[in-house]
Write a protein that binds this ligand. Structure first.
Ligand code: ASP
Length: 329
């Protein structure tokens, strides 16, 4: 019986028959198949499925995880129908689409852009910051000037749909992000290539109708993304302020370093977010946070605050499937 069929049977048996859920079953499968699990790419949310397809083309041909994650996240960035990333992303409260992205490779090289306007692929600008400047992060106009100097084209990112939604929003001008209501959602992608090297990318238009100049977790190395080639790679999605508060992705890496599995480490980080919210008497019912992690061995896992977070996985054993994350609430 093929691993794939075995996996489908496992999934079909359901949680009521076995103590482990789908995610756990997948981890077990990934461990069991040892080397066969490589290469592996994971990404956040449903749009991760299409993004994984493109990343997989790079990985299956022996390409670098770094090239795979950049190519992968460019898919939702370039899709005007994805309204929380890149072109077509919802604007801030002034009607401006401002993008946040970062990238990290297996050698601790990092690059990031924040509050970048007019460029469809901020992830590639982040990579250019990483490779062609003495810095690790550029923001706003400086990031745009740099992008233009590198040959990126200046484009209008506000689509008629997003503009219409913004005009509607202006009627109340209430900033009330909701958990799992699609007015945010970041693509975070993490991968391990055939050589066992890890990389990650994270890109978003951030919270819809945010204050102009607001920067979320997604371009912050250690918050929205972190890669340690000896330990693993982690990315985050959801309310960025909460992720930054606990240095989310870096925290998950450090928990894995202490021996926790990716899922356990993601869970602990989510618990820390809950504790921090309680300390500040912050209502959590409208908050959503999701972490997605992989370790050097190819084990992977996710955990979210609320139900509703999902992620896509593509490996030789798992042909690009979407899975529900476990959640705290
Ligand atoms: N983390 C993103 C931000 O805060 C939004 C999201 O992933 O939903 O900008």
């Amino acid at each position: 019986m093929t691993s794939r069929r075995k996996f489908i049977q496992w999934s079909a048996l359901g949680a009521s028959l076995f103590a482990f859920n789908k995610t756990k079953a997948l981890e077990t499968l990934a461990i069991k198949n040892g080397k066969a699990q490589r290469p592996l790419v994971l990404s956040t949310w449903k749009f991760g499925v299409q993004a994984n397809e493109v990343a997989w083309e790079v990985l299956k041909n022996g390409g670098r995880a770094l090239d795979a994650v950049e190519a992968g996240v460019k898919v939702p960035e370039g899709d005007p129908n994805e309204r929380s990333v890149g072109l077509g992303g919802r604007p801030d409260r002034e009607g401006r689409v401002t993008l946040d992205s970062c990238i990290m490779d297996d050698k601790m090289n990092i690059g990031s852009v924040a509050a970048l306007e007019h460029i469809v692929h901020p992830i590639s600008v982040a990579r250019a910051v990483m490779e062609k400047t003495p810095h690790v992060m550029l923001v706003g106009e400086g990031a745009l000037d740099f992008a233009l100097s590198q040959g990126f084209k200046k484009e209008k990112l506000l689509t008629p749909e997003s503009e219409k939604e913004w005009i509607e929003w202006l009627k109340t001008s209430e900033y009330k992000p909701k958990a799992n209501i699609e007015n945010h959602d970041t693509i975070g992608m993490i991968a391990i290539d055939r050589n066992g090297n890890l990389s990650g990318a994270c890109t978003t238009s951030g919270m819809a109708f945010k204050m102009h100049g607001r920067v979320g977790d997604s371009p912050i190395i250690g918050a929205g993304l972190f890669v340690d080639n000896e330990i693993g790679a982690v990315t985050a999605t959801g309310h960025g302020e909460e992720v930054i508060r606990i240095a989310g992705s870096h925290t998950v890496i450090e928990l894995m370093r202490q021996g926790l599995s990716p899922e356990e480490a993601c869970k602990k980080a989510v618990e820390r977010i809950l504790t921090s919210a309680k300390l500040r008497s912050k209502e959590v019912k409208d908050l959503q946070i999701g972490f997605l992690a992989i370790n050097k061995q190819g084990e992977f896992g996710a955990f979210s605050l609320q139900k509703g977070f999902n992620f896509a996985v593509y490996s030789p054993d798992i042909p690009n499937q979407l899975f529900d994350s476990k959640s705290l609430i």
